[in-house]
Design a protein around this ligand. Sequence first.
Ligand code: SF4
Length: 749
Amino acid sequence: MALHQEQVDTSPKISDEIKYTTCYMCACRCGIKVHLTNGQVRYIEGNPDHPVNKGVLCAKGSSGIMQHLSPARLSAPLKRTGPRGSGEFEEISWEEAFEIATGWLSDIRATDPRKLAFFTGRDQSQSLTAFWATKFGTLNHAAHGGFCSVNMAAAGLYTIGGSFWEFGEPDWEHTRYFMMFGVAEDHDSNPIKSGLGKLKTRENTKYVSINPVRTGYSAIADEWIGIRPGTDGLFVMALIHELLRAQRVDLDFLIRYTNAPWLVRIQPGHPENGLFLRDQEGNPLCWEKSKDRPVNALLPDIAPELSGIFELPDGTMARPAFEIMAMRYLEQQYSAVEVAEKTGIPASTIKRIAAELAHAAFEQEIELDVEWTDWAGRKHDKMVGRPVSMHAMRGISAHSNGFQTCRAIHLLQMLLGSIDCPGGFRYKSPFPRPCPPGPKPTGKPGQVKAGKPMPGPPLGFINGPEDLLVNEDGSPCRIDKGFSWEHPFSAHGLMHMVIHNAWAGDPYPVDTLFLYMANMAWNSSMNSKGTMDMLTAVDEATGEYKIPHIIYSDAYASEMVSYADLVLPDTTYLERWDCVSLLDRPISTAHGPADSIRQPVVQPDRDVRPFQDVLIELGARLGLPAFSNEDGSATYPGGYPDYLVNHERMPGIGPLAGWRGADGDQHGKGEPNPNQLERYVENGCFWKQDLPDSQLYYKHANKDYLICPQHGFHTQCQSDRDAALQRTLTTIQTGGSGPRRNSATRGTA
Ligand code: SF4
């Protein structure tokens, strides 16, 4: 009797065409292959060649098809006809939409550009939106980072010139002891999953998850520490206390790469009490043991003291920053016993974790037989690493003190000497950046002028009170009060305060609120009812809404749409050109720089336009410099793809680093290549360049990485040599000794 054999086709043909692009379902930006049948999206899978995800696709990425086909998609520009919040609109043409927007915005620009508040959500085109705001002339611009996790990025940039997020990663191949603080499924989702897979399949490793919730990541940890929410910083400070107490810190690393030896003036009443001591050229000073006097702390081959109190030639006293820091952390309040109850972690566990960290760092040192040259030109025949690494994300950022918690983690990394070494935390290109970071924010009185662009970008990093955006009387210049005495370190502004402050007219009223993919009426405001009330509040004197005009762009009919006066419908991420740029938040890895694009895998079937095209056209219609030519014509008539290929922020530097130059044979730097987007599409919509082995570690002090004339992709290659040499690791900033002047670091020539 013949047996029936069931035939199962395990690889059915599901598409007649495959197009490559980049996922936009979270900030990770994985490469994807979109399967199409009869021109319709059928299925999304990971791109195995892509540097971010190497073929891995998460559930969110797969379900992008649902977002693309969502019935909530907007289908045409809308003009409000009923009261705000009623949802009553009429469809209008794009021409009418542009005329309305241009009318409002040109009036503002001609009189007081501050009256435009232009804020975006989690958009991935912030180098364009910030550039547009700069050319419009308003300081009131930011993306959503102020209520997300920019406090962590800022903490990292101010402390080590790099950060967690997707800007750094553990050395998954070599790390032996990995600690992760407060991370869920984002920043940096698929690479973390792959990395944990690598870590857990190697012998002699340990993964510790610190998280109040036993998430999926905690479930696979070797040890889960269910910390009390918001106390991570205290836990880390207790680890620092225990390491200092046991004298288990890497003093050589601190002397070589940080400002630990810099002298801080200790003279109560002196105008520079608590500040770094500097010579007449502005160089920081340290106390050189052999000479028994202060010397330039930036010189190579010095042997500075890390402790002691020293009398200066003028009779005042100074002590090294390290000692001030150590004295503070050795206080009893940071002992394991003291913090145990507050953190919910037993003192014995804190002490054991500190001992395990020290054991991994100092007894399990690893060496790679790779030659490299340090910033001073000294050759080394090995790369030596302390295989302890850490990662942290929103669980610690979404609390008060997130900035300081993150700084404490970076300090812990420095004390263990585990920054950008084999087995440690690694910078992704083009990091590290100069430390403290730049540029400074723009928007001081006199920098915002009617009808003029601002001289610099609205967002940045302050290095001292002189950089604050405040008026003569100390009041804030920005609508969100960013960079004011109240919120000095607001590197991405405070988007969550904009609607409240505009409604209250504090510090002044605005005319137009222009939002992009930011559903502030609902999910981002923490007070939906209050926010809706503010958006509909009427000024009794004028009978107008307190926020007179609201322009909103979104692909979907979110709650915010109902509160807008003019709606500019965006496409889905599968219907447009887009760019993940080295000028913005690149997809680089520790192995080298990378960037990517999105291409339209399908054409929109609605009367919608990519927001970036709309912004560029608005810029042209408003006559903004860099978006319109002298004869009034548009600089980029082809919209965003035209801008991506032809825009140069500096000569030879554009949004995309790959295949530059007329023939497409240059990378990083080169004149525009008319076929650049085609080259990206041919390559699966990404570009990457692998660093040679000699540049893979010590990026803060690696001469070939810092000064790399043959590679245009490093930031330092995009400036002059002196600027390049200012890109070195810093800094332990103890109380009161913060950088009033540029605290360039040890290693600066
Ligand atoms: S991790 Fe993020 S970017 Fe990657 S596939 Fe998932 S949703 Fe998309």
